[in-house]
Every structure is written in structure tokens, then in C-alpha cells.
Design a protein around this ligand. Structure first.
Ligand SMILES: NC(=O)C1=CN([C@@H]2O[C@H](COP(=O)(O)OP(=O)(O)OC[C@H]3O[C@@H](n4cnc5c(N)ncnc54)[C@H](OP(=O)(O)O)[C@@H]3O)[C@@H](O)[C@H]2O)C=CC1
Ligand SMILES: O=C(CO)[C@H](O)[C@H](O)COP(=O)(O)O
Ligand SMILES: [Zn+2]
Length: 341
């Protein structure tokens, strides 16, 4: 079957390439319908990765957050037209201890190989999760990002000690919003406190117990545990501030991505006996659990809808550039592409 893949060949330049999809494999063919832009895509689009990384990875189709409709399943298990979330992490081995998204052998779409900017995506049947009828598809488009928060909170839950009176979330962007929302749902007895830079963004965190400007935190305030959702070199500033405001033996989850190493106050990590862990990406079970959460908590879907910034219909390469450029100019929120290729 003839397919078209829209690859980023150089910063800000997409090109269409034709390829063939074999219908003899066990893969399922999915037509993407709604795609959402992640900061990781922007780092490639804007050429913010190191030149040697860009040289190694491009040309590559971007986007690892997306849903689509099944076009063809060689086994007939999925019916044509069924709506599915596509899981970008692609393991090639199983491990009893290490989760699929931490195996160094796993590939990740739009990072190690082509992402979802294609007319049709050939994808393993274990990489699909059926979406419930009636789900808001623009919200479902960024299920991957929500599943990253879900995954991190699971890891936090098994690591953090039981005193969870106050949990701090550093950051006021999309990842912080989603992480704070899921934390409040999962741990309703804990106060979830937001620490950010932008009052207009923090005003959207209506479910949180309090919000603080990072330049004006009451000096006596303490949190039991914290999540860093900032990224870039600013994540160093955030993590060091967390170290200052966290109680002894607290747990810190690091989620933001930085291109460069960030210096940390290790002396106080030791003196306070802190538990610092990293969390990246997610696996298929996290997607299933996230979709189950949407099913059982309709308000989660509504809160998530409130962070959709722009919705852009994409029918051409010019539209792809328009969507990525609009995402750069945004004041906040997720940019969703309605994929009509
Ligand atoms: N671990 C994972 O698997 C994943 C990681 N990420 C990463 O998480 C990071 C955050 O993503 P996202 O929310 O989409 O990005 P955003 O840029 O939307 O959010 C970051 C926010 O943090 C604010 N900020 C900056 N400095 C501080 C500070 N010192 N303390 C508190 N807030 C601060 C920024 O404000 P301002 O813009 O005004 O500076 C911005 O609003 C990115 O690095 C992204 O790549 C994303 C997805 C998955
Ligand atoms: O966004 C993410 C997951 O949702 C991660 O930030 C992304 O996987 C990082 O990938 P890369 O190494 O290509 O920047
Ligand atoms: Zn991402």
C-alpha cells in the first residue's frame, strides 16, 4: 500500500516522502485523525537539539501524541473506523524488572524513528488502545502526555513515604497542569500546591489548593514531596528551590527535559535524605489506565479540554508549518492538529 510520510528534513522544513506499507505483516494500519505537538517536537522543529543529534535523527516524521482510525487489521480483530490511541514507545524485548519505556533497546516514535505525521501508520497491535465512544478527540490526541503523568504518579506512589499532606508541583505549563490534576484525583486528601512564574497560567489550575509565584513563596512554607515539571536549564533552578522548600526524607520526581546538565545542591539532598527520581515517557498499560481514568472521571476530560490552545486543520505541508509556528507563538496550552491528509 502506498503511503506518504511527512518528514522534518531540516529545522522548519517538512518534505513528503512516498513509501510502501506491506499488508502482509501483522501490523495494523491506522489513519491519524488528531495529533498534538509536544515540546520534544519543537526542539527538533526549531533546531534546538545539538547539531550531531539533528544529523543523526533527521529526516524523521515528528509527533508522538496522537490518535487515529483503524483502516486495516490483517486479523480482523480491530474493525475499520474504530478509534484508537497510538502508543509511541516500541519495545523489542520484555524484561521482568525494567519497564518497557526504560529499556535502552526500546524505540520511541519521533525520537528514534518516524512519528505519526504520515497518511497511514503501520503499528503493532500491542501498541493500540481502543478509545471509548463519545470521547473528546482533541483531548484524546494528547493522551500520551497524560499517560506520562499517570506513569510518574505510579512511580511516586511506591517511592514516597506515607506523609503526603502537601505535594508541590513546580511549573505552570501543560505537564504541570496535567500532573497536578491527576495528583489531586489520585490523592484527594493531599494539598496540591503549584509553584510557577506566570499568574495567568496558574489561574487555570482551579482544582489546586494554592498557587505561588516562585519569587514570592512564604519562607516558612514546606512541602512533603514535589514534582518538577519545568524542563530546560530552568529545571535546575526549580529543583534547587524544591530542595530548599521540601521537608526531610521527601521524594522529588524530575520530569522536565534539559538539553544540558543542570547543577544541583547535592549537599542538601544528602543532609535532608531526599529521594530524587527521574521519570520519562510511558508504556501501553499507562495508556490503558489513563483512558480508564477518562471513562470514570468525566471532569478530567473537561479540565483537560481547558488547556487546548489552538486547533489547526492540516491538509498540506504549509498547514504543518502553520501549526508548529502557531505552537511557538502560543501563550500556553496544547496545539492540536486535525489531520485531514
Ligand atoms: N518526562 C517526560 O516524559 C516528559 C517530559 N516533558 C518535558 O517537561 C517539560 C515541561 O513541559 P511543558 O509543560 O509542556 O512545557 P512548558 O514550557 O509549557 O512549561 C514549563 C513552564 O514552567 C515555567 N517555569 C520556568 N521556570 C520555572 C521555575 N523555576 N519554576 C516554576 N516554573 C517555571 C515556564 O514559564 P516561562 O515559559 O514563563 O518560562 C513554563 O510556563 C519540558 O521540558 C518537556 O519537554 C514533556 C513531556 C513528557
Ligand atoms: O516528550 C517526551 C515524552 O512524551 C520526552 O520528552 C521525549 O521522549 C524526549 O525525546 P527526545 O529525546 O527525542 O527529546
Ligand atoms: Zn512528549
Amino acid at each position: 500500500m502506498l503511503n506518504t510520510i511527512y518528514r522534518l528534513v531540516a529545522p522548519r522544513r517538512f518534505e513528503a516522502e512516498f513509501s510502501d506499507i506491506s499488508l502482509k505483516d501483522d501490523n495494523i494500519i491506522v489513519r491519524p485523525t488528531h495529533l498534538s505537538i509536544c515540546n520534544a517536537d519543537q526542539r527538533y522543529y526549531q533546531g534546538k537539539r545539538a547539531p550531531e543529534v539533528l544529523k543523526k535523527k533527521l529526516p524523521m516524521a515528528l509527533i508522538h501524541e496522537g490518535i487515529g482510525d483503524v483502516l486495516y487489521d490483517p486479523r480482523g480483530e480491530y474493525k475499520p473506523g474504530q478509534s484508537v490511541a497510538m502508543v509511541p514507545n516500541t519495545p523489542v524485548e520484555k524484561d521482568d524488572v525494567i519497564a518497557e519505556n526504560y529499556l535502552r533497546s526500546s524505540k520511541f516514535r519521533a525520537s528514534g524513528f518516524d512519528g505519526f505525521m504520515q497518511d497511514s501508520v503501520a503499528i503493532g497491535r500491542d501498541r493500540l488502545v481502543l478509545l471509548p465512544a463519545g470521547i473528546n478527540k482533541r483531548v484524546a490526541a494528547f493522551t500520551e502526555l497524560v499517560s506520562v503523568s499517570y506513569h510518574t504518579i505510579n512511580r511516586f506512589d511506591v517511592r514516597a513515604h506515607r506523609r503526603r499532606d502537601r505535594i508541590g508541583v513546580w511549573g505552570d505549563g501543560n505537564l504541570a497542569f496535567i500532573t497536578a490534576l491527576l495528583l489531586k484525583k489520585r490523592m484527594p486528601d493531599s494539598q496540591v500546591l503549584i509553584f510557577g512564574k506566570n499568574d495567568y497560567k496558574m489561574a487555570d489550575f482551579v482544582f489546586a489548593d494554592a498557587t505561588y509565584d516562585i519569587t514570592d513563596i512564604p519562607p516558612e512554607l514546606r512541602v512533603d514531596h514535589a514534582f518538577e515539571c519545568v524542563g530546560t536549564e530552568a529545571s535546575g533552578i526549580a529543583i534547587n528551590q524544591i530542595i530548599d522548600f521540601i521537608n526531610p526524607e521527601g521524594t522529588i520526581a524530575i520530569m522536565g527535559v534539559s538539553e544540558n546538565p543542570v547543577p544541583l545542591n547535592t549537599r542538601m539532598i544528602l543532609e535532608k535524605g531526599l529521594n530524587v527520581f527521574g521519570s520519562s515517557r510511558s508504556g501501553v498499560q499507562d495508556f490503558r489506565d489513563t483512558i480508564q481514568l477518562y471513562n470514570s472521571n468525566k471532569d478530567v476530560e473537561e479540565y483537560l479540554e481547558s488547556i487546548i490552545g489552538e486547533t489547526i486543520t492540516v491538509r498540506s505541508i504549509a498547514d504543518m508549518n502553520r501549526a508548529f509556528d502557531a505552537d511557538i507563538r502560543k501563550s500556553g496550552g496544547k496545539t492540536v492538529m486535525v489531520w485531514e491528509k
